[in-house]
Design a protein around this ligand. Structure first.
Ligand code: PMP
Length: 303
């Protein structure tokens, strides 16, 4: 179902009028940064945002800060925009929110003075995970920290993701796994990656050319709570093909088992036991079935 409204620069706007000009830097060169945030309907039938503060921190402290991008709105104002939009659209079930900060039209030679704007859109549903993802190891590398840093959640970075997705889907896979500029495993086009070997979780380090994913941080915490050993270390591509379990994680993908990589069946070809434990505890916390660490869950009515 199409959304009814967006939030644009401080006000609710009907969906059909939610437009920006074709001359903006956002349209011409992908000049924008954004966050994807999940809304869950909790066990108590309440709408809650998952790790809102962490998403706002990444937007302001990493993306806007690195690009020296000014923004007229404070995190609390964007949060209130989210609440107003959810209310106006009558969202009552799980949804995915995008908060986007974009560059308006620029004047050549005066790039640093380019004005910015912000908008928020919400989509109900958006379940990306189907529990059985087939991935291909991409010949295309993740862009490196000395080109366009992957830890900055910039819209233009997703051209690199699209190149990998296009290649993978052309070969008949659902998605891709990308290596970094040093030839070590980095991440998927829009998700972080974990392997299981000998009962331990392994995930690339934040310095291995990845987005510093909030779901990744959640999984690291969950593993600690569940007593599952975990290492953040460089991963060789060959480890992908011998791992007992592999899963992607991200706001849109949640926790998604990878069952095949380039024709190699992962484990038994279905979600493995550690992936399943992590996935179950992720949903239990997100939906308020078990208590979450402080700051992870923000009821929309509290905004
Ligand atoms: N890597 C990339 C490239 C992504 O786009 C995303 C989605 N934001 C992730 C990882 C997962 O990050 P998060 O868990 O914060 O959504």
């Amino acid at each position: 179902m199409s959304p009814k409204n967006s939030w644009m620069n401080g006000r609710l706007v009907p969906w059909a009028d939610s437009t920006i000009h074709i001359s903006t830097e956002a349209v011409l060169r992908g000049g924008a940064v954004f966050e994807g945030i999940r809304v869950y309907r909790s066990r108590d039938d309440e709408l809650v945002l998952f790790r809102l503060d962490d998403h706002m921190r990444r937007l302001y402290q990493t993306s806007l800060r690195f690009l020296q991008m000014p923004l007229a709105y404070k995190p609390a104002e964007l949060a209130q925009g989210i609440a107003a939009l959810l209310e106006a659209d009558g969202v009552a079930s799980d949804a995915h929110i995008r908060v986007v900060v974009y560059y308006e039209e620029l004047t050549p030679g005066r790039e640093r003075e380019t004005e910015t704007g912000a908008f928020i859109i919400v989509r109900e549903g958006l379940a990306m995970s189907d529990g059985a993802t087939r991935a291909s190891l991409s010949p295309w590398r993740r862009m490196s920290d000395v080109a366009t840093p992957p830890r900055v959640k910039a819209s233009a970075n997703y051209l690199n993701s699209r190149v990998a997705i296009t290649d993978a889907q052309r070969k008949g896979f659902d998605t891709a796994i990308m290596l970094n500029d040093r030839g070590k495993v980095s991440e998927g086009p829009t998700m972080n990656l974990f392997l299981v070997r000998d009962g331990s979780l392994i995930t690339p380090r934040v310095t291995d050319g990845i987005l510093e994913g909030i779901t990744r941080a959640t999984v690291i915490d969950l593993a600690d709570q569940l007593g599952i050993p975990l290492a953040e270390r460089e991963i060789d591509p060959s480890e992908l093909f011998i791992a007992d379990e592999v899963f992607f994680c991200g706001t849109a993908y949640e926790v998604e088992p990878v069952i095949e990589i380039d024709g190699y069946v992962v484990g038994d070809g279905e979600a493995g036991p550690i992936t399943t434990r992590i996935r179950d505890s992720y949903f239990a916390i997100a939906r308020g079935e078990t208590s979450a660490p402080t700051g992870w869950i923000t009821p929309v009515r509290d905004l």
